[in-house]
Design a protein around this ligand. Structure first.
Ligand code: ZN
Length: 436
């Protein structure tokens, strides 16, 4: 079902309650594969026309194979007298992702080899996975573990690892051109709000917005299990990659920290666009160099593909104490932070969609502005945040078919909208024509 009730094209306000969507998705147990991923995509699919794709277990994708599907119904550690100490039903972080089924009595020493805690953050439950480990395990608060001094415990994990498929979601929105922007997030974490759900919520709202507006570029939104999902998508879509002009991986967008943008591997327009928007946003931010770690930008930017894909986040994975723990919860993610992230990315999308390259019609020298009524036009715009004389001079100087409006805005050190306004004046005065 599609929700088309609330148009919000230029209001800088998302069409859905972002924190509400994070809250709705939070309890679901997600992993690389399984029912929780499908449930998550089903909920996202209530807002956008999402195509859900399944790739069968064992399918060869690049250098990898699609793994077995993991599903879990419960997991507990109890005392021998039957008192439940750890329960997956209360918090899905309690069972290590891809744990194989287990049932029986184990000694404390044996259990210790399967227990993960955070001695430095003794009240928090860590998030751990063992995708290819053929093992089982529990995650619990260190403080609880220290109180567990019985000789034996009863453990049960009701799970299965069996042939099935890997699931991902895709929405393609054709534009006036087939030059494409790729936007992705990961969907494989269980109850973690910032690392996972913030990206899903913001991307869903962005997809809703782009679906409604006029689009020059085409947009492809991918909801992928990290790493293997991106690898599977790349493997199945090699023929489509040439059209990708810009790409953005979204993650950790709901915490109150400043913005961080990680550049693409080889440098791209997206890098300049995001840095430009952040610079003029008034929010604290930092641009980071590419490195081959992190989220799926490392797949999209791997050799042989080297796509123009960067990664936008607020706090950087691994640097905030809540990361991959039970403290990455619904309180850690703030509605204002989510909405601010949405607005920043919306501005980036608008900029890229409207970024054009012009050349002068008249050719050489500075055109006479007064004769064409341009001084009057500038004076008329002055109080409306429009173009100033310097903006127009920059535009006319750099309209050589080689500089885009973004290039000009960066060179002039003014917001993109000012050069865009100058381009409208110059177009009306028939001084420039669009090259692309
Ligand atoms: Zn993570």
């Amino acid at each position: 079902m599609l929700d088309r009730s609330q148009p919000s094209l230029s209001g800088r306000k998302p069409a859905i309650d972002l924190h509400g969507l994070v809250t709705e998705l939070f309890p679901i147990n997600r992993s690389l594969t399984g029912a929780g991923v499908r449930k998550t995509l089903e909920i996202v699919g209530r807002h956008i026309d999402l195509a859900v794709r399944e790739v069968e277990t064992g399918t060869a994708v690049l250098d990898w194979h699609v793994p077995m599907e993991w599903n879990i119904r419960g997991g507990t550690i109890s005392t021998m007298s039957g008192r439940r100490l750890v329960d997956f039903g209360e918090n899905n972080l309690h069972v290590v992702g891809y744990s194989k089924p287990v049932e029986g009595v184990v000694s404390r020493a044996e259990l210790a080899a399967h227990v993960h805690t955070l001695p430095d953050q003794p009240d928090l439950v860590p998030y751990r996975t063992g995708y290819y480990a053929d093992d089982w395990g529990f995650c619990l608060a260190h403080r609880l573990w220290q109180t567990m001094t019985d000789e034996n415990y009863r453990v049960e994990i009701d799970s299965d690892i069996s042939p099935g498929s890997l699931t991902y979601g895709e929405l393609f929105l054709p534009g006036q051109t087939n030059r494409e922007m790729l936007i992705t997030c990961h969907i494989c974490h269980p109850s973690l709000a910032n690392d996972n759900l913030s990206g899903i919520a913001v991307m869903t709202a962005l997809a809703m917005r782009q679906a409604r507006g006029r689009r020059r570029l085409s947009y492809r939104f991918l909801f992928l299990p990290a790493t293997i999902g991106a690898i599977a998508w790349l493997d199945r879509n090699e023929s489509r990659l040439a059209g990708i002009e810009h790409g953005l991986v979204l993650t950790c967008l709901g915490d109150p920290g400043g913005f961080h943008y990680k550049n693409s591997r080889s440098g791209a327009v997206i890098d300049r666009a995001v840095a430009h928007v952040l610079q003029h946003s008034g929010h604290p931010y930092q641009v980071l160099p590419f490195n081959p770690y992190g989220y799926d930008e490392r797949q999209f930017c791997s050799p042989g593909f080297d796509l123009p894909v960067g990664c936008l986040m607020r706090s950087v994975h691994g640097t905030f104490p809540e990361y991959h723990t039970s403290a990455d919860n619904l309180d850690f993610v703030k509605p204002e932070a989510l909405e601010q992230s949405y607005a920043v990315i919306e501005a980036v999308l608008d900029l890229l969609d409207r970024n054009r390259t012009y050349e002068r019609v008249d050719g050489r020298g500075e055109p006479q502005l007064g004769r064409r009524g341009l001084y009057r036009a500038i004076a008329g715009q002055r109080n409306a945040g429009g173009a100033g004389q310097m903006d127009l001079l920059w535009l006319l100087n750099l309209a050589d078919g080689k500089h885009s409006l973004l290039d000009m805005a960066i060179r002039a050190d003014v917001p993109f909208a000012r050069l865009e306004a100058a381009s409208r004046l110059a177009l009306e005065a028939a001084l420039i024509r669009e090259v692309h």
